[in-house]
Design a protein around this ligand. Structure first.
Ligand code: KIV
Length: 286
């Protein structure tokens, strides 16, 4: 692999060069290997896994073990991209000590290069302590999904002057606390652009307009895997749900018609012979 490993520092350098940063979520080895082979800057093991993998209506049921499990799957095959793991609900809110321990496990057991924390000034001390342990921290402001019940639903934040001012202040506090980057989710485009201009670390937008330093999307959303989920902030770059449905239907039809498997998919003779070209048929290399 000739490309250098993308790091928290190299993402910050991109902001200084006015180069856009692109991040995509990943939850398993197969998708991660595909994404790592593109020019995407970073993979995020988001707690969105609670919705797209686990089928929950929000991210609140996701726990630290779940994120470690998926981060480990992604880190096993990621050779180039920067790898960020989400701190799930109740893995950091309880105390600074809990936050440090959770972040440490995501790095040590999951193989993450950085962690992401939702919230503003109330978590500044937590972020500082994690940073002091040598772990880069990405902040997350605006429509922070772990606060869905306080917001009364997945609602755009920072719409009035007071809320916008608080978000702006929070962004500065996160910079002071040591964040290397901040996700801005579900806030007015003008506010996101102002914050981006005011702070010297990259902002990564999702539903935050065109003025951020980079963008992140949930991979299942941008690949069009769910035909029933088409929110305004997502662009679908493929309609994979169609190909998947067609492929599985073709498999069903062919097995029923006895046109799969054929002789070409079959083994013959003594399987103990080791020079058979079909040895190790389950060796999936990423
Ligand atoms: O959980 C997630 O995937 C996220 C991104 C959408 C920013 O937090």
């Amino acid at each position: 692999m000739t490309n250098p490993l993308v790091t928290a520092n190299s993402l910050q350098a991109k902001k200084r060069r006015s180069e856009k940063i692109v991040i995509i979520t990943a939850y398993d080895a197969t998708f991660a290997a595909l994404f790592d082979n593109t020019e995407v800057d970073a993979l995020l093991v988001g707690d969105s896994l609670g919705m797209v993998i686990q089928g929950h209506p929000n991210t609140l049921p996701v726990n630290l073990e779940h994120v470690i499990y998926h981060t480990a799957a992604v880190s096993r095959v990621t050779k180039r991209a920067h790898l960020i793991a989400d701190m799930p609900f109740m893995s950091y809110q309880v105390s600074v000590e809990q936050a440090v321990e959770s972040a440490g496990r995501l790095v040590q057991e999951g193989g993450a290069h950085a962690v992401k924390i939702e919230g503003g000034r109330e978590f500044a001390t937590h972020i500082r302590r994690i940073y002091n342990c040598g772990i880069p921290v990405m902040g997350h402001l605006g429509l922070t999904p772990q606060s869905v019940h306080r917001f009364g639903g997945f609602k755009v934040q920072g719409k009035d002057a007071t809320a916008a001012q608080r978000l702006r202040e929070d962004a500065h506090i996160l910079v002071e606390a040591g964040c290397y980057s901040i996700v801005l989710e579900g806030i007015p485009a003008e506010l996101a652009a102002e914050i981006t201009a005011e702070i010297n670390i990259p902002t990564i937008g999702i539903g935050a307009g065109v003025g951020c330093d980079g963008q992140v999307l949930v991979c299942y959303d941008m690949l069009g895997l769910n035909p029933n989920f088409r929110p305004k902030f997502v662009k679908t770059y493929a309609e994979l749900h169609k190909q998947i449905t067609q492929a599985v239907q073709s498999f069903v039809s062919e097995v029923r018609a006895e046109s799969f498997p054929t002789d070409a998919h079959s083994f013959h003779g003594d399987l103990s012979v080791t020079n058979d070209s079909n040895d190790a048929p389950y060796n999936r290399v990423h």
